[in-house]
Design a protein around this ligand. Structure first.
Ligand code: FPP
Length: 227
């Protein structure tokens, strides 16, 4: 039986380089990157296998970037969620997030809640944006909550307490932009993910490349620790 690409997770890297290569400001790369988020979400929502698309939009480490870039990313995200709500609805895409939202502005948090509420009944695709997300933070929060509730720590109880677990294990983890590392992304959920690294910068990523990754994934032999 061939592998099913149910959950795809992407580290969207290379926006800044894409812009610099064109003599543009880094933020122009993020702008183009947001358009690619839309294209890839539309593609995934019409794909027969993909049920979950998790995208690393803002990490717990991204606050270290210059304030101007952080502010730009916040505005971009907020406008994206506002403007794209109708697209989520038209395409029957459920919007979800992982990560600690408490550090975002009340206005952005409100928009996130609106998009979640308005799309919560859709089942065609779940798009999960990782926002102020880091696996160390997520796993630490899960362990703390188990300790507070005086629950025994087992693989199962920890799995249930980890926020991203509700979207299931990752089948394919892609990183664009040429680096070959996981950068604190979905460490628990990617225990048996098949990893794909591409030189393509995120603003140049497209459905054809995703399709060839899925084809290569189908040919991989997944053993999940067996033989
Ligand atoms: C990494 O590129 C990208 C990010 C830190 C942000 C990802 C954001 C987007 C794709 C656009 C906004 C998203 C949504 C959902 C509206 P980089 O800046 O690290 O690139 P570099 O490695 O070339 O510098």
């Amino acid at each position: 039986m061939s592998n099913i690409a149910r959950h795809i997770a992407i580290i969207m890297d290379g926006n800044g380089r894409w812009a610099s290569e064109r003599g543009l400001k880094r933020v122009k790369g993020h702008e183009r990157g947001a358009e690619v988020v839309r294209t890839m979400t539309t593609y995934a929502s019409n794909h027969p296998e993909i049920e979950v698309l998790t995208l690393y939009a803002f990490s717990t480490e991204n606050w270290k970037r210059p304030k101007m870039e952080v502010d730009f990313l916040m505005r971009l995200l907020s406008n994206y969620l506002k403007n794209e709500l109708k697209t989520y609805i038209e395409q029957e895409v459920r919007f979800e997030t992982i990560g600690d939202l408490s550090r975002f502005s009340p206005a952005l948090r409100k928009q996130i809640e609106i998009n979640k509420e308005e799309t919560k009944h859709f089942t065609k695709l779940t798009q999960v944006l990782a926002l102020n997300y880091g696996s160390h933070d997520e796993i630490t929060r899960a362990v703390k909550s188990l300790c507070e509730r005086r629950e025994e720590i087992t693989v199962e109880s920890l799995e249930n307490a980890i926020e991203s677990s509700k979207f299931g294990p990752v089948d394919i983890l892609i990183r664009t932009g040429g680096e070959q590392r996981l950068s604190n992304f979905l460490l628990w959920q990617s225990a048996y993910a098949e990893l794909f690294f591409t030189q393509t910068l995120w603003p140049d990523f497209n459905p054809d490349e995703l399709e060839s990754i899925i084809e290569a994934f189908k040919k991989r032999h997944r053993r999940f620790g067996g033989i």
